[in-house]
Design a protein around this ligand. Structure first.
Ligand code: SAH
Ligand code: SF4
Ligand code: F3S
Length: 455
């Protein structure tokens, strides 16, 4: 019997009820995607998936290491389990994901969090039944540095909450080593899944009625580099778009140094691909970009954006920006401000630089105060807010298509292919997870308001 079977037998014997499992995700969509696999494995091993950790028999924290405040928040959440674990010693507390791929964090858990029972690594999800089984059999803490595994394991069961939205990992890891970033250290080397495996998962999702599918990778534009097949990201997009069905295809993230005209042309030629591209720029200053090891210039970034705008008139770009990188002067920061005003991003994710142990930037001199960095962030957020509200206003009176995601009373919330959220009122019952046609009437805060035309 495999360990999934052994674990299922063990929990059936041990519990008089169906035990519950709670998986909490911190970090990016890649982690969300991993959590769906963790839930899939636990559901197959005899657990019922619960969103309430207080009544759960196993609680798993799938963690993120991208910035210090992410880690602090996670430790705060783990700390909250101490009292619960004291009341119920049979509850398993497990921590996995990017944060525990760092030896100093595992040391901290070992020393200061004795109620954490299990630590397991980013690419060890398939070992979970074995690890949990061992805990039940030996009742012994399993907290040590997880191995960095690089092979790709297919056919892990996936537990998806949504009936219409799904993500598919097309590659894992990252080789870019942007100087500020911890991801290459915690997620390992870049490797792509085989196109046939991706196509199979994609086709199955479309056939099951999924309508909003996002391809995931830290750098999707370098898809295929380590494969035997001669295939690049544009080829993959073309292949997937041949699958018949009514759906929108998204992808993230692109890298300005790797996105090609071929990718842009492929988007232009395939109406199923979202016209919204996430293209993180990080800074609007060439010296800082070079120190960040991003390997493009501001001009190269603008060139690809201009090419896309020429080819796809309704294209929109969102981006990530870091302010306060070590040594960034106020003038250099202003270059970022100017770029933001020039490009008119539809959405911007802005971060204050956070020092990550082990990265190149952690060794660089950083003499800007946190107060000054916060001021830069606030300025940028304000500028982007004005751009965003103008962008929202531009939709007034337009007829748009959106996928219904949520209902509260008679207020429905739907998402357009460009990721904007639209609210509308209706007493119809059968709208969830369906595409609807809406006429935009205005905006309320950061969402659009609309009238339902047809569904
Ligand atoms: N692979 C993706 C996303 C990586 S993480 C990409 O390259 O676009 C998402 C964002 O977090 C990054 O784009 C960057 O803006 C931000 N980030 C990464 N490391 C950071 C750090 N040390 N401090 C602050 N922000 C960081
Ligand atoms: Fe980090 Fe750069 Fe890789 Fe993105 S591309 S995950 S920012 S190293
Ligand atoms: Fe994602 Fe955080 Fe890991 S952003 S890749 S979960 S470090």
């Amino acid at each position: 019997m495999n360990y999934t079977g052994k674990l299922k037998q063990t929990v059936t014997e041990k519990f008089e009820y169906i035990p519950k499992a709670n998986v909490q995700t911190f970090g990016c969509v890649q982690n969300e995607n991993d959590s769906e696999k963790i839930r899939g494995i636990l559901a197959q091993s005899g657990y019922e998936i619960s969103d309430n950790f207080e009544v759960s028999d196993i609680v798993i924290f799938n963690t993120c290491a991208i910035r210090e405040n992410a880690e602090l928040k996670i430790f705060g959440n783990i700390g909250k389990l101490k009292a619960l674990k004291a009341e119920n010693p049979n509850m398993i507390v497990a921590v996995c994901g990017c944060m525990v791929m760092q030896p100093h964090i595992v040391e901290k858990i070992k020393k200061s969090y004795p109620f954490v029972d299990i630590v397991f690594g980013v690419n060890s999800i398939e070992d979970l039944p074995h690890i949990v089984y061992n805990w039940y059999v030996n009742n012994k803490r399993q907290v040590s540095n997880p191995e960095v595994k690089t092979e790709i394991v297919e056919d892990i069961p996936v537990y998806r909450e949504s009936k219409s939205k799904a993500t598919i990992s097309i590659m894992y890891g990252c080789d870019n080593f942007c100087s500020y970033c911890i991801v290459p250290y915690v997620r390992g080397r870049e490797r792509s899944r085989k196109p046939a495996d991706i196509l199979e998962e994609f086709t199955q999702l479309v056939n099951e009625g999924y309508k909003d599918i996002t391809l995931l990778g830290q750098n999707v534009d370098s898809y295929g580099k380590n494969l035997d097949e001669n295939i690049d990201f544009a080829d993959l997009l073309n292949m997937l778009c041949k699958v018949e069905g009514d759906y929108v295809l998204h992808f993230m993230s692109s890298h300005p140094k790797d996105i090609t005209k071929k990718v842009i042309d492929t988007i232009r030629d395939n109406p199923k691909i979202s016209r919204q591209i996430h293209l993180p720029v990080q800074s609007g200053n060439d010296r800082i970009l070079s120190l960040m090891n991003r390997r493009y210039t501001v001009q190269q970034y603008k060139d690809i954006i201009n090419y896309a705008k020429e080819q796809i008139p309704d294209v929109g770009f969102s981006s990530d920006i870091i302010v306060g990188f070590p040594g960034e002067t106020f003038e250099e920061y202003l270059d970022t401000e100017n770029l933001v005003k020039e490009i008119n991003f539809t959405q911007l994710f802005t971060f204050i630089y956070s020092k990550r142990t082990g990265t190149k930037a952690a060794t660089m001199e950083d003499d800007t105060s946190h107060k000054e960095k916060s001021e830069r962030l606030n300025r940028l957020v304000k500028i982007q807010q004005d751009i965003f509200f103008e962008y929202l206003n531009s939709f007034k009176g337009q007829t748009v298509r959106a996928l219904v995601e949520e209902r509260k009373g008679n207020t429905y919330s739907a998402r357009m292919a460009n990721t904007l959220v639209v609210h509308f009122e209706s007493d119809k019952e059968n709208l969830m997870d369906e595409f609807v046609k809406l006429k935009v009437t205005g905006k309320k805060g950061t969402v659009l308001t609309a009238d339902l035309i047809i569904n």
